[in-house]
Ligand binder design. Structure first.
Ligand code: F6P
Length: 324
């Protein structure tokens, strides 16, 4: 193993730079050439990449985003696109590939792993925390803290003006951010894609909670089956004419910012482990973290559509509602 290529792919996540730094430094210290491919699979197809040096990763551990860029590549879904990507890696004499990304990127990585004979290792990098086989993904902890900070601020207005706020957070297919932000910010309700939303139940819970309190925070994951925060507000509005309802979409603010200590540590451990796995001759694996231990998980398993949410955790929100 003389040369290892790596990409960041899909939505950026805080901690990706810490991971890139770990890969580059560990490679250079072990006489391996670290080869960055820019803008994910798209850059691979367009033959854009370069060898990185120590100086390229100076002072990036604390920075959000990804210095090598990322993309969601439509061309990579086609066989023609993937053939070009593989030809580029072969031309560059790459011996191993590391993909830092989420479920879409791992779906691509799993297909690529079958089509080429270059070993491939995945590192979970997404704020959604929706990959199977790891307790946490890089970026999730930072995003969760960003959301909690924003919800705390909105609560000041909610309680001052006696308003019910529907706050929409990211999570197209997963309610991790919504659920744990709801627990950590003391929200009165939470709606996530893993559960069916009942508008009558929601109306009832708002009425019951607001007998004892005159403001409420309801966290809505963007992928909820009843719609986003605005649609849900409009569905409950006719039943709650006496209430002052508002909605806020937090949006991409959740993906930015300096990574938390947990994300930097996770990213560093996973980056080094990915290089080690390639050196040990492993392939088609994701590096995960389970009970504080680094684990290897077959990449196909990580993208299974199973529900990773602990639904008992979800009950905490209802159990701690003020129902006087
Ligand atoms: O990074 C994952 C994610 O944040 C999802 O929760 C969200 O639906 C999606 O990315 C939005 O990403 P973009 O706007 O970049 O397509």
């Amino acid at each position: 193993m003389k040369k290892i290529a790596f990409i960041t792919s899909g939505g950026d996540a805080p901690g990706m730079n810490a991971c890139i730094r770990a890969i580059v430094k560990y490679c250079l210290n072990n006489q391996i050439i670290p080869f960055a491919v820019y803008d994910g699979f798209q850059g691979m197809i367009e033959e854009r990449g370069s060898v990185l040096q120590f100086s390229d990763v100076d002072n990036i551990i604390q920075r959000g985003g990804t210095i090598i860029g990322t993309a969601r590549s439509a061309a990579f879904i086609t066989t023609e696109g993937r053939v070009k990507a593989i030809q580029f890696l072969q031309k560059e004499q790459v011996d191993g590939l590391i993909v830092i990304g989420g479920d879409g990127s791992f779906t691509g990585a799993a297909i690529l792993g079958k089509e080429m004979n270059i070993p491939i290792i995945g590192i979970p990098g997404t704020i959604d925390n929706d990959l199977i086989g790891t307790d946490y993904t890089i970026g999730y902890d930072t995003a969760l803290n960003t959301v909690i900070d924003a919800v705390d601020k909105i609560r000041d207005t909610a309680s001052s003006h006696h308003r019910i706020f529907f706050i929409e957070v990211m999570g197209r297919n997963s309610g991790f951010i919504a659920m744990n932000a709801a627990i950590a910010s003391g929200a009165e309700s939470v709606l996530i894609p893993e559960e069916i939303t009942s508008i009558p139940d929601l109306v009832e819970s708002i009425r019951s909670n607001n007998k004892g309190k005159r403001s409420s925070i309801i966290l809505v994951a963007e992928g909820d089956d009843a719609g986003g925060s605005f649609e849900i507000l409009n569905q409950v509005k006719p039943f709650l004419p006496e209430y002052n309802l508002r909605h806020t979409v937090l949006g991409h603010i959740q993906r930015g910012g300096n990574p938390s200590a947990n994300d930097r540590i996770l990213a560093t451990k996973m980056g080094v482990e990915a290089v080690k796995a390639l050196l040990e001759g492993k392939s088609n694996l994701m590096i995960g973290s389970v009970n504080q231990h680094i684990v290897h998980v077959p990449i196909e398993k990580t993208i299974e559509k199973s529900d990773k949410i602990n639904h008992q955790d979800l009950d905490l929100v209802a159990q701690l509602r003020t129902n006087s």
